[in-house]
Design a protein around this ligand. Structure first.
Ligand SMILES: Nc1ncnc2c1ncn2[C@@H]1O[C@H](COP(=O)(O)OP(=O)(O)OP(=O)(O)O)[C@@H](O)[C@H]1O
Ligand SMILES: [Mg+2]
Length: 323
């Protein structure tokens, strides 16, 4: 609930059961997925945060080294896991086909590897299936997927439909139907698309948004522009600055303050140009998503190397932006 007891856009976002955070490599997916996980847990939800392409990043944020397929509670009500398709397969076989699975699934894994290379969608559906399963079983209030980068996420999200269409009737068809029902229900599932406001990432984000729309049927619910270069001037301040640097005042100031003023003017002009280009690309991002998809902006957080500090700041910004 919001500060005045009203329901905020953040509450609405986190009321979904399954969120996918995606975008080009390095734009901030893991940081943002982790921030959303923290915000959900702080709202009293039981959360599963899944790093779909395991790199140990989420665990590092919480100072936990060994995170695997079994969820680890890294802080109250916040569980973290790393996806492992072979473990997901063995869980699937055990749960649905009642096949007793030895701890070592060497031969099965090898066969699976063979099948998954031959049949498109098999590996992908295990990823989405595992996440949807946790939703269906109500093991968590919200499942947040720190998804893979551009392209791969489309095949993952499209896999239940694809596999469903491959099989006319039977077990496989039945087992994809419930996943599709969860994924295509915009009140249950949604995608948060992250980008930085630079030319190529925005082009790629626009392309990804289009593919997610046309190929997956999962709703895009939030656009996030990360690492925004903050504007340093208001419009009035900017014209004042322009007047100073291009008019007769500059030589006077230089005489008083020395030549160091030139470096200051250059740095300020560079920052101004960066912010302007950043904001232009941000507009392109927003218009490519369309007016019906809300977009928030998260500033570039300077001077912090430790990831945890950034996650905290990102979480606070998301909270303010989605009030
Ligand atoms: N708003 C921000 N300000 C400054 N640094 C940030 C911000 N958001 C993320 N970062 C930093 O940028 C780097 C990349 O972020 P992150 O790992 O979240 O991206 P990613 O999209 O998950 O990357 P990958 O595609 O490699 O998984 C990290 O070092 C992170 O701490
Ligand atoms: Mg990542």
């Amino acid at each position: 609930m919001g500060a005045r007891g009203s329901i905020t856009d953040l509450d609405r976002l986190l009321d979904r059961k399954l969120l996918f955070v995606t975008g080009k490599g390095g734009v901030g997916k893991t940081t943002i997925a982790t921030a959303l996980g923290i915000l959900s847990a702080e709202r009293g939800k039981r959360v599963l945060l899944c790093e779909v392409e395991p790199k140990g990043e989420v665990g590092r944020y919480f100072g936990v080294r060994e995170i695997g397929f079994e969820p680890v509670e890294v802080r109250t009500d916040l569980f973290v896991m790393e996806m492992d398709t072979e473990r997901a397969l063995s869980e699937y076989l055990r749960l649905y086909l009642k096949v007793p699975i030895p701890t070592k699934i060497g031969p099965i894994a090898r066969t699976f590897d063979f099948v998954s290379k031959a049949a498109p969608g098999v590996r992908e559906i295990l990823v989405v299936g595992k996440l949807c399963y946790e939703v269906r079983e109500k093991n968590y209030d919200i499942v947040i997927a720190d998804s893979t980068a551009t392209g791969h996420v489309v095949s993952q999200l499209a896999s239940p439909q694809g596999v469903n269409e491959l099989f006319g009737v039977g077990l496989v068809k039945d087992q994809t139907k419930w996943m599709i029902d969860i994924l295509k229900d915009e009140h249950q599932s949604g995608i948060c698309l992250v980008s930085t406001a630079e030319e190529t990432p925005v082009d790629e984000a626009a392309e990804l948004a289009e593919r997610l729309r046309s190929e997956t049927g999962v709703s895009l619910v939030l656009g996030i522009l990360n690492k925004m270069v903050p504007k340093i001037f208001s419009e009035a301040e900017e014209s004042y600055f322009n007047e100073i640097v291009s008019g007769p005042m500059l030589p006077v100031i230089r005489r008083v303050l020395g030549e160091g003023i030139d470096a200051l003017v250059d740095a300020t002009s560079l920052w101004k140009a960066l912010a302007a280009s950043n904001h232009q690309n941000a507009e392109r991002f927003k218009s490519s998503l369309g007016t019906s998809i809300p977009t928030i902006e998260i500033p570039l957080i300077p001077g912090m190397t430790a990831g945890v500090g950034i996650v905290r700041e990102v979480a606070e910004t998301i909270e303010v932006e989605l009030t």
